[in-house]
Write a protein that binds this ligand. Structure first.
Ligand code: 13P
Length: 251
C-alpha cells in the first residue's frame, strides 16, 4: 500500500524569517499528517533548508535541485554532499522550470539522479509535457523519453527511493488544471513504464504525484485516481493555512 505524499515546492519564495514562521506553525500539521498516515514535506530555497529543518524536524525537507559533482569550479552551484552535510536527504530533480529556464536535459537530470541516489537521497523526479507537446499528442512519448533517459543506470535498490512528479508544463502556475482523468491516464502510463525499467512489483511501490495548479478545492479529485499518490504544489503551499487546507483534503 503506497503512502500519500503532500509536498510543497516553494520555488524562489519566502525569506528565511517567513520560512521559519511557516515551519514552526507546521508542527501541528506534521502531527495531523502522521495521524492521517500522509507524508508531508516542503522544498524551500537552499538558504532556508536548515532553518525549516531545525524549526520542524518532523517535516520532510527537500532541496529543489543540486549539482551532480561533489565540488569544484561550478560557480553558484550546491552539491549533494553539501546538502547531506546539513542533514538534507531529499531533492527534486528536473523541475520544468529548471528544464526551461536553466537548460536542464534528461541527460543532466540522469547525472543528478544517479549522484543523489548514490548518497542515499530520495529523489522526486519531475516529468511533464509542454503545451505544444500536449496539443500535438506527444505527451506519452515525451514522458517515455524523460523516464528512460532520466532513470538509466538506476539500480533495483535505488528504485525504492524514486518518486515521480507528473507536472504538465501548461498547468504549472496557470490555473489550467489537467483533468483528473488525464492525470490518471499519464500516471498509469508512468507506472507501466517504470515496470519496464525495473519490475512490476517495484513500479507498484513508487509514489507518483500530480502537480500543476493544485489547490485545496481540486486536490481530492486527483487523490481519488488510482495511480495518483499525492501532490507537488507550488503557489498553494506558500501559506500554512493553505497547506493545512490541502492536507485536510487528503484524508
Ligand atoms: P503551481 O502549484 O503553482 O501550479 O506549481 C506547481 C509546481 O510547479 C510544483 O512543483
Amino acid at each position: 500500500m503506497r503512502k500519500k505524499l503532500l509536498l510543497g515546492n516553494w520555488k524562489m519564495n519566502l525569506l528565511q524569517a517567513e520560512a521559519k514562521v511557516f515551519a514552526e506553525a507546521s508542527r501541528a500539521l506534521t502531527q495531523k499528517a502522521k495521524a492521517m498516515n500522509v507524508m508531508l514535506g516542503v522544498a524551500p530555497t537552499y538558504l532556508s533548508l536548515q532553518t525549516v529543518k531545525n524549526a520542524n524536524p518532523e517535516l520532510i525537507v527537500s532541496s529543489q535541485d543540486m549539482h551532480f559533482e561533489a565540488k569544484g569550479a561550478f560557480t553558484g552551484e550546491i552539491s549533494a554532499e553539501m546538502l547531506a552535510d546539513i542533514g538534507i536527504s531529499w531533492t527534486l530533480i528536473g523541475h520544468s522550470e529548471r528544464r526551461s529556464y536553466f537548460g536542464e536535459t534528461n541527460l543532466s537530470c540522469n547525472k543528478k539522479i544517479k549522484k543523489a541516489l548514490s548518497l542515499g537521497f530520495t529523489v522526486v523526479y519531475c516529468v511533464g509535457e509542454t503545451a505544444k507537446e500536449y496539443e500535438e499528442n506527444q505527451t506519452k512519448q515525451v514522458i517515455l523519453d524523460q523516464l528512460t533517459v532520466g532513470l538509466q543506470g538506476v539500480t533495483e535498490e535505488e528504485f525504492q527511493r524514486i518518486i515521480i512528479a507528473y507536472e504538465p508544463v501548461w498547468s504549472i502556475g496557470t490555473g489550467l488544471n489537467a483533468s483528473p482523468e488525464h492525470a490518471q491516464d499519464i500516471c498509469s502510463f508512468i507506472r507501466k513504464t517504470l515496470a519496464t525499467l525495473s519490475s512490476k512489483s517495484r513500479a507498484e511501490a513508487v509514489q507518483i504525484l500530480y502537480g500543476g495548479s493544485v489547490k485545496p478545492a481540486n486536490v481530492k479529485a486527483y487523490l481519488l485516481q488510482s495511480d495518483v499518490d499525492g501532490a507537488l504544489v507550488g503557489g498553494a503551499s506558500l501559506t500554512v493555512e493553505s497547506f493545512e487546507a490541502l492536507l485536510t483534503q487528503m484524508a
